[in-house]
Design a protein around this ligand. Structure first.
Ligand code: HXC
Length: 262
């Protein structure tokens, strides 16, 4: 979009793909308010940009993000936190984004960094990535979804273990437990893998992709019966799209579909 940011690098390195790199290296990408506001703005721009179909979010090799900014939080009072609904701006990051977000996690993803990573629709990491919710060591608890998303991702007992001890989760554990979809050897492979997946998704009908993301996300909130009914309604709705006709006609005629996104 041509905007420049102080704490982000934003580009579109492949057709249909938006790329955001957190860029606050001196603080290991600690997530302070100015960075979160920029991230919201960059994601909103990609959401509005018709040429962008999928987004990759990453940090540096050393840190995806080492957490919410402890120095910014340390003097916060209850009345200010409650009154300003501190961290509420973080929840914007997921609720409005309809396009797939892949988080490519290298290095530390701790506290708010782990929570931000888990806001991705798909998580990829490299072999030296370190996850964790160490808030208990600071006298607090996760505040941006960690206590809810981590148990959904890895199960209650493992999540309790991590959150009550503050111990790290290794990349190997993250892969075995399904916190991430893939573990790559190197950070470069991880980012390239995320970009390749985003590019692949960007080549499908954006109507189908949007509907698929919406129904999978519903599975996190709804019971199985309501979820399956919701899925069926959305499935029915897609027979009102041109791309359903195009996709199925192309299969029957052994052609490649060319999507209209309508
Ligand atoms: C502010 C941070 C930071 C953080 C690192 N830095 N993490 N500043 N908030 N979360 C700063 C350090 O103060 C230091 O600044 C610089 O980044 C480099 O960090 P070092 O500690 O010198 O690096 P290293 O020895 O390699 O250790 C890396 C580390 C450690 C293990 C990741 O930095 C660490 O433990 N960080 C805190 C992790 C954490 O507790 N995260 C959860 C935060 S609470 P200077 O100026 O000294 O060079 C949280 C709550 C979320 O996230 C709730 C809702 C959002």
């Amino acid at each position: 979009s041509g905007k420049t940011y102080e704490h982000l690098l934003v580009s579109s390195p492949k057709p249909g793909v938006g790329f955001i790199q957190l860029n606050r290296p001196k603080a290991l990408n600690a997530l302070f308010t100015p960075l979160i506001l920029e991230l919201n703005s960059a994601l909103r721009d990609f959401q509005a940009d018709k040429s962008i179909s999928a987004i990759v979010l990453t940090g540096s090799e050393k840190a995806f993000a080492a957490g919410a900014d402890i120095k910014e939080m340390k003097d916060l009072t209850f009345s200010h936190a409650y009154g300003s609904d501190f961290i509420e701006s973080w929840s914007d990051l997921v609720t409005f984004l309809k396009k797939p977000l892949i988080t490519a996690i290298n290095g530390y993803a701790l506290g708010g960094g782990c929570e931000l990573a888990m806001m991705g629709d798909i998580l990829y990491c490299s072999s030296k990535a370190v996850f964790g919710q160490p808030e208990v060591k600071l006298g607090v608890i996760p505040g941006a979804g960690g206590s809810q998303r981590l148990p959904k991702a890895i199960g209650k007992s493992r999540a309790m273990d991590a959150i009550l001890t503050g111990d790290n989760i290794t990349a190997k554990q993250a892969g075995e437990w399904g916190l991430v979809a893939k573990v790559f050897e190197t950070p470069e492979e991880c980012v390239n893998g995320a970009l390749a997946t985003a590019e692949k998704i960007a080549r499908y009908s954006q109507i189908a992709v949007k509907a698929a993301k919406e129904v999978v996300n519903k599975s996190q909130d709804l019971g199985i019966r309501e979820g399956v009914e919701f899925e069926r309604r959305v499935f029915h709705g897609l027979f009102g799209s041109q791309d359903q006709k195009i996709g199925m006609k192309a299969f029957a005629e052994k052609q490649k579909p060319s999507w209209t996104n309508e």
